[in-house]
Design a protein around this ligand. Structure first.
Ligand code: NAG
Length: 292
C-alpha cells in the first residue's frame, strides 16, 4: 500500500509530469489514511480485539533461559502470582502446590499433631492466653520427610520469594476445626514486648493444604491503614480476607524493607464455620537458621 513499492515505475513516468505524480500520490495517501482509520476504529463492535491479542501473546510466550551463574538455575520458571496488597506486602500464588502434595503433607502431619502453643509475652501464661490460638499443629522439617514433598515445596518457596532456604524455619502445619481460629497477631517479635531477638521473622509463606467450605480466611485487619484508629477489637475478623483453597500460597512480609516491623502486617485466622482448615506455614527469618 505504501508508495515505496511503486518506485520501480517512477523512472519511466517522469515525463508524464507533475500532475499525474500528484494524483497517484494523493490516491495512495487517501487509501492509506482511510485504511488505517478502518483498522483503528472499532467497526466490528467487539471490544478492542487487537490489544487482547497482544496481552495473551505476552502471557503465553516462552522465554529461553540465558547463561547463569554457579548457583543459578537452567530454566525460566512460571510461578504465577498476584499482589493482594502493598500495605502490608501480601502476594497470592494460585495453584502453588498440587493436591497430591497437600494430601501428603497432611498425612505426615496427622501423626504428630498436638494443640498449638504461643510465644508468650511478659506476664502471659498458657492459662491466660487460652483461646488466642485454638488450632492443633506440628513442626515438620523437610529432612524428616522421606517422600521429598516438603523439600520440593521449600525449594519453590525460595524461588518465589528469592529468600534463601537456609533462612526458613521448619514447616508449621496447622489444623483448624469448626470454631477454631487465631486472633490477630504479628509474626515478628517486637523486642519491646518479647525481649531482645537474635533474628526476626521477616516473611511468612502460607500454603493452604485444604479447601474450607466456610470461614477460616486469613485476614489482615489493618490493610492499607484501615481500623488503625484504636477502635479495632483484635477478636474481630475484619479487613482484607483470603479464602483458603487447596494448593494456593500466600506470602506476606512482617518487616518493612528497612527492617522495622510493619504494623499493617497484623493478621489472623477467622474461625472455621464449616469444614476443616489445614495450612502449612513457612516462617522466613532475616538471619541464617541454625539447624533445620
Ligand atoms: C521504616 O520504613 C517505614 C515504611 O517505609 C517507615 O514508615 C518508617 O518510618 C521507617 N523507620 C525507620 C526507623 O527508618
Amino acid at each position: 500500500m505504501k508508495p515505496k513499492t511503486r518506485t520501480g515505475g517512477f523512472g519511466q513516468s517522469t515525463k508524464l509530469g507533475l500532475p499525474i505524480v500528484f494524483c497517484v500520490c494523493s490516491v495512495f495517501f487517501f487509501a492509506g489514511f482511510f485504511g488505517s482509520w478502518l483498522l483503528n476504529n472499532d467497526i466490528s463492535g467487539s471490544e478492542r480485539p487487537r490489544s487482547r491479542i497482544l496481552e495473551s501473546v505476552t502471557e503465553e510466550r516462552e522465554f529461553q533461559a540465558i547463561s547463569y551463574g554457579e548457583t543459578g538455575e537452567s530454566s525460566v520458571n512460571s510461578i504465577r502470582s498476584q499482589i493482594l496488597s502493598w500495605k502490608p506486602r501480601a502476594i497470592y500464588f494460585p495453584g502453588f502446590a498440587s493436591s497430591k502434595q497437600c494430601e501428603k503433607i497432611m498425612e505426615i502431619a496427622r501423626k504428630t499433631l498436638k494443640p498449638s502453643t504461643l510465644a508468650l509475652r511478659k506476664g502471659e501464661t498458657p492459662e491466660n492466653t487460652k483461646g488466642i490460638r485454638t488450632s492443633s499443629g506440628t513442626f515438620l522439617s523437610s529432612s524428616e520427610d522421606k517422600t521429598g514433598t516438603l523439600r520440593l515445596i521449600e525449594q519453590k518457596i525460595a524461588k518465589a520469594t528469592s529468600l534463601p532456604m537456609s533462612h526458613g524455619e521448619a514447616f508449621n502445619v496447622l489444623r483448624y476445626e469448626i470454631g477454631q481460629r487465631y486472633l490477630s497477631h504479628y509474626d515478628a517479635f517486637d523486642p519491646a514486648e518479647y525481649g531482645p531477638q537474635k533474628s526476626q521473622r521477616m516473611a511468612s509463606f502460607l500454603l493452604y493444604l485444604s479447601d474450607v467450605e466456610e470461614g477460616g480466611e486469613t485476614m489482615f485487619p489493618y490493610e492499607n491503614g484501615f481500623n488503625m484508629d484504636g477502635t479495632y477489637d483484635y477478636k474481630e475478623c475484619a479487613g482484607l480476607k483470603v479464602k483458603p483453597r487447596q494448593g494456593d500460597g500466600l506470602l506476606f512480609y512482617s518487616l518493612h524493607p528497612n527492617g522495622t516491623i510493619d504494623p499493617m502486617s497484623l493478621h489472623g485466622s477467622c474461625p472455621v464455620i464449616t469444614g476443616e482448615k489445614w495450612v502449612a506455614t513457612k516462617w522466613i527469618r532475616n538471619e541464617l537458621q541454625q539447624d533445620d
